[in-house]
Design a protein around this ligand. Structure first.
Ligand SMILES: [Zn+2]
Length: 364
């Protein structure tokens, strides 16, 4: 009897050590809840394009919506920054509703999956948000801006020098996926992640890509002394950043967007001196035209710690998701017009329909 107990103790001790080792080796993993719709013709992993990612928390789901008919190949990236909820949820709404009738669409809802495993370190927004969907209750994950340090497997440097030799004085930016492009196959896990996305773009011969982001809202805080304090980054919201090669398409798309949803966005050309960002480096390293969109997220306003990231009255998630998805549609259609290739997408919610209720009505 005694030896049996001892055996059980040894066994459970061994299991505990193994679990601990697994946690240390793999870090905290978060598997996002994605429920693909009928338009998804194939589900892949990013490691299919760059095998060293396999088994790590940087590997992520890739959804292919292929019409089987020739046309534009477009890539939609959400979750480059895990705390920019409209980017990830736009990816989900696309994957769970759309059917592509001409051309091919590739969607990565959670580009930096590792950033999801941490709660937002800036404003400490809640990690999981309950929503009512078509199939009942479901959680949306709100993560952090950067790769989990455990997954990066190295201490942040004092100064980060990115693959293009650009120096960033905040070493933590070495874990920011949108500073590590075009990546490095032998670099840090985050540099390998951006390298893998570039590898996908080359292999799939992507014609255009949109990387969806969020920034502070344009709202100001009224201080007790009557002064206004603007958000730190308020110039970014409602901006479309375009690679120099994409400016004409971007301008057409923004005009069409105004007609579609009656919202104006600013057009900004990539700053060619500031290296490592997706909109510049994807366009430089591949044949793809590359764009980056910014919506206003109350959760990123530094002056409020309790920003409502889903049902804010002025900047609800439905508004922000509508902004990204309708913009993406206009970009792809403008590209189709200009190139003579086809792109037809169905099932994408209209902006008015999104605004008319909760986001959960467009999630499985
Ligand atoms: Zn961002």
């Amino acid at each position: 009897m005694k030896s049996k107990i001892a055996r059980i103790c040894r066994f459970t001790g061994l299991v505990a050590i193994l679990l601990l080792l697994t946690a240390v080796v793999w870090g905290k993993s978060t598997t996002p809840d994605i429920r693909p719709g009928e338009g998804v013709t194939e589900q892949r992993k990013l490691s299919d394009y760059f095998p060293p990612l396999k088994g790590t928390n940087l590997d992520t789901d890739v959804f292919i919506l292929d019409s089987g008919k020739p046309g534009v190949t477009a890539l939609l990236l959400g979750g480059t920054h895990g705390n920019e909820l409209a980017g990830t949820v736009s990816g989900l709404v696309m994957v769970e509703n759309s059917v592509v009738k001409a051309g091919k669409l590739i969607v990565i809802p959670y580009s930096n999956r590792s950033a999801l495993s941490m709660q937002d370190t800036r404003n400490h927004i809640k990690h999981r948000h309950l929503v009512q969907t078509r199939s009942g209750e479901r959680y949306l994950t709100y993560g952090d801006r950067r790769t989990d340090p455990e997954d990066q497997q190295t201490v942040d440097p004092d100064v980060y020098i990115n693959p293009k030799g650009y120096e960033l004085n905040n070493g933590a930016e070495s874990r920011n996926l949108n500073r590590t492009y075009p990546g490095n196959p032998e670099g840090t896990p985050t540099e390998q992640l951006s390298y893998a996305i570039i590898a996908l773009i080359k292999q799939e011969q992507v014609d255009l890509s949109l990387d969806m982001h969020e920034a502070d809202t344009p709202e100001k805080k009224i201080q007790t002394d009557g002064d206004y304090r603007p958000g730190g980054n308020k110039r970014l919201a409602y901006t479309l950043v375009s690679h120099p090669r994409g400016l004409e398409i971007a301008a057409y798309a923004l005009l069409a967007l105004e007609e579609d949803i009656h919202i104006s966005m600013k057009l900004e050309e990539s700053n060619t001196k500031y290296r490592g960002l997706s909109h510049l480096e994807i366009g430089n390293a591949t044949d793809s035209l590359s764009f980056l969109s910014e919506s206003p997220n109350p959760g990123q306003d530094r002056w409020r710690s309790d920003g409502d990231v889903i049902t804010d009255s002025k900047y609800p998630l439905t508004h922000r998701v509508g902004l990204h998805l309708r913009l993406f549609k206009q970009l792809a259609e403008a590209y189709a017009d200009e190139s003579g290739k086809a792109f037809v997408i169905e099932g994408l919610p209209e902006y008015e329909n999104l605004l008319a209720g909760d986001i959960g009505r467009f999630l499985n």
